[in-house]
Write a protein that binds this ligand. Structure first.
Ligand SMILES: [Zn+2]
Length: 111
C-alpha cells in the first residue's frame, strides 16, 4: 500500500478547509461591509482598494464571516498580517475602542 507524505495530506486538508471557509461571507455581505465602513476599517483610507481582513486571523481559528471580516487597505492588511486585531491596533496606536464599537454595530446589522 503506497504511503502518502504527511505534508501532502495536510496540504490537501487545508485546501479543502479553506475552500469551505471562503464561502461563509457572501459577496452581498462583503459589499455591505465595505459600504458600512466607507473605507479601511482601521485607518479610514477611502481611496484604497479594500481587502478582506480577518480580525481573528485564520491561523488563530478565525473564519471568513460577517462578524470576523472587515475591509482593510493593503497597507493595514499587510502590517496586521496574522496578529490578533487589538494587539495590532494598540501597537499602531489606533483607536481600538471606537473600532470595536463600530465593528460590533456593523456586524449586528449584517447578521
Ligand atoms: Zn488602512
Amino acid at each position: 500500500m503506497p504511503t502518502r507524505s504527511r505534508a501532502a495530506t495536510y496540504a490537501r486538508r487545508r485546501k479543502r478547509r479553506m475552500a469551505k471557509v471562503d464561502h461563509d461571507l457572501t459577496d452581498e455581505q462583503w459589499d455591505s461591509l465595505k459600504n458600512a465602513w466607507g473605507g479601511c476599517a482601521y485607518c479610514g483610507a477611502s481611496d484604497a482598494a479594500l481587502q478582506k481582513d480577518c480580525m481573528l486571523p485564520i491561523s488563530r481559528g478565525g473564519r471568513y464571516t460577517a462578524t470576523n471580516v472587515v475591509p482593510a487597505c493593503g497597507s493595514c492588511n499587510a502590517s496586521k498580517c496574522n496578529i490578533e486585531v487589538t494587539t495590532w491596533m494598540r501597537r499602531k496606536k489606533l483607536d481600538e475602542r471606537t473600532f470595536l464599537v463600530r465593528q460590533a454595530q456593523i456586524a449586528a446589522e449584517l447578521d
